[in-house]
Design a binder for this molecule. Structure first.
Ligand SMILES: Cc1cc2nc3c(=O)[nH]c(=O)nc-3n(C[C@H](O)[C@H](O)[C@H](O)COP(=O)(O)OP(=O)(O)OC[C@H]3O[C@@H](n4cnc5c(N)ncnc54)[C@H](O)[C@@H]3O)c2cc1C
Length: 246
């Protein structure tokens, strides 16, 4: 699991994050099966699909009354590539999540850095707790991209210089900024994902508004799109009940 320093790689700059669903065992029927075992004992999954309206009603009832445990009998593993500052926020979510992140000790970190895209609102207005983000001017965008890229290049050159001189990766990485991309596998279930989405996305149907940083929200939106395909009834019930995790 060790790489030796190679010729200096050219820094790359990205404005988007990557989310891939790499493995899953997750369906609305998992929720129904878990809920019904408490009242009717174990039943076949075929039974559960016989009456779609009843199934939809049951999932909505569980969501509304916050019977949360039936939403835990499923699993989704995502590959995520995003800046380190996103992962710092992400890994605060402790319950119902498993993480494995690439190592800066065992391999040379690649020079891929985050630069906000043109649609990223750059300016914060208002007081803490009650503020909005508004578009930046073209000059602010130009400045942000230029200063970030210069700073990233300089930091990565310092990293490379130390590696070339034989300094250990785990020491040299201290100069790299939180805008560096990292990658991880994150495994969750629908209940822990809903809790994450309630906090890390903004949505018109949310009864409890949240104010996440846009970059973690971008990750959340991509995860939600994958999850909604796997568990459409659960996803619809989550929205209908104000996007509060059961
Ligand atoms: C918009 C926003 C701004 C934030 N700003 C900051 C900030 O400035 N500084 C900062 O440090 N963090 C900040 N956070 C992180 C936040 O405080 C939480 O750590 C993060 O959102 C994870 O939420 P959680 O603890 O509910 O999730 P999880 O860790 O997944 O926990 C899920 C649930 O399990 C229960 N639980 C878990 N652990 C315990 C425990 N030890 N005791 C009792 N119950 C527990 C709680 O009910 C909790 O909601 C921010 C989060 C958001 C969304």
């Amino acid at each position: 699991m060790t790489d030796s320093p190679t010729e200096t790689a050219k820094p790359g700059f990205l404005s988007d994050v990557t989310v891939e669903l790499v493995k899953h065992s997750a369906a609305d029927s998992d929720v129904l099966w878990a809920a019904r075992v408490s009242t009717a004992g174990e039943q076949s999954l075929e039974e559960l699909t016989k009456d779609p309206e009843r199934s939809k009603g049951l999932i909505n009832y569980l969501m509304r009354d916050r019977h949360g445990s039936p939403f835990e009998h499923n699993s989704m593993t995502f590959f995520i590539s995003a800046p380190i500052f996103v992962f710092r926020e992400f890994m605060r979510h402790r319950v119902g999540w498993s993480y494995n992140e690439e190592s800066g000790r065992y391999r040379e970190l690649q020079p891929v850095f985050y630069v906000p895209g043109e649609d990223r609102k750059l300016v914060q207005e208002g007081r803490p707790g009650k503020y909005v983000f508004v578009d930046g001017t073209p000059e602010q965008h130009e400045l942000t991209s230029r200063v970030m890229e210069d700073s990233y290049r300089q930091a990565y050159e310092a990293y490379q210089e130390m590696l070339a001189a034989g300094v250990a990766r785990e020491v040299a990485r201290a100069v790299l900024p939180v805008g560096l991309f990292s990658s991880m596998y994150a495994t969750c279930n629908a209940r822990s994902l809903m809790h994450f989405l309630g906090l890390r996305t903004q949505h018109e149907q949310a009864v409890v508004p949240s104010f996440p940083q846009r970059e973690i929200e971008m990750v959340g939106e991509k995860m939600e799109a994958e999850w909604a395909k796997l568990m459409p009834l659960t996803h619809a019930a989550f929205n209908k009940n104000g996007r509060v995790a059961p």
